[in-house]
Design a protein around this ligand. Sequence first.
Ligand code: NAD
Ligand code: ISE
Length: 334
Amino acid sequence: MELRIGVIGTGGIGRDHIRRLTDVITGAKVTAVTDINKEIADKAAKQYHALSFPTGEDLIESPEVDAVLIASWDPTHAGYVLSCIQAGKYVLCEKPLATTARDCLKIMDAEMSYGKRLVQVGFMRRYDKDYRAMKEVIQSGRIGEPLLVHACHRNRTHITSHSNDMTVTNSGIHEIDILRWLLEEEYASAQVLTGKQNKNAAEGLQDPQILLLKTKNGVQIGIEVNMTSGYGYDIQCEIVGETGTVRLPDPSALLIRSEGKHTHQIFTEWSQRFVDAYDNELQQWVNDVKKATLSGPSAWDGYAACITADALIRSRNSGTSVPVTLQRRPEFYD
Ligand code: NAD
Ligand code: ISE
């Protein structure tokens, strides 16, 4: 039986996930869509022979929908996730789970009251083969204990509504999650450094921002989040251990020698960079939902990322390092 999925938000990634669920993933079909922009929802519904619903709540409650994928704007996520839990439906929520840790706690409380995991967060880098290989190297002990991390997250340009907080909650949140997953430990403190602003960024946008994190075991992490690199979409990550280092490779690209130059192409948009990871993420989620046991990033992971993001934002406002204080992890999420 195919899993019938309803997609909330038919913008950039929503449409790409609908295509993926239809053409790439096995065992699923998109039966329903919705968007506050009715025109684009209706267009996607027509293209994929799905129903178009007037609101996210109507879609969540529909008997035509077994599970929900949320791909609407960040501030709408928490409300829709809570409605999915209330309806007893599995939900894959694009990152971030919410825009504050307080809303993540509400989600965890609702899920624990329901009594079973229903929520997965779209931290898809965990499904990328190179990040997975990096984790194997760290766990093998080949580079000794990790000491330092150098990471960068460069976007070529940003949307006009991008804000200082979104640099953390919308973009840097990927590094917050993937480094916590790679190192298998929580953060102890957080700080944001800002400096000279890129004149190509929107007026008032602090860009780039340097996110400094220190883990409970003392691993020091520096992440450049740059929304206006001007040249491309570039994700880098290097872990420095006691006896060696491991580094995320650049995506494979042809090396071209011509016209007196040796060149290779760099991606320009995020949508080009983690295609296999999105495919793996969605296939695994569909398989897991059909077996009624989720294995992907949980509401706890969404919370841990958001509380770190909250601390980073407080640090940027206060100019000092601030502690990251997580609640005790409920056994439910072990
Ligand atoms: P987008 O603006 O292209 O699309 C979002 C869509 O949601 C828009 O069509 C908008 O009309 C719709 N929408 C907004 N509020 C809504 C509501 N209350 N109900 C229904 N629809 C609503 O943005 P996008 O780039 O596709 O991002 C969508 C989400 O996916 C964001 O949360 C973003 O953080 C996340 N995202 C994740 C990744 C990733 O790498 N995992 C990449 C891009 C975006
Ligand atoms: C976008 O929402 C994403 O999630 C992309 O993966 C990220 O790189 C980009 O900065 C975000 O705006």
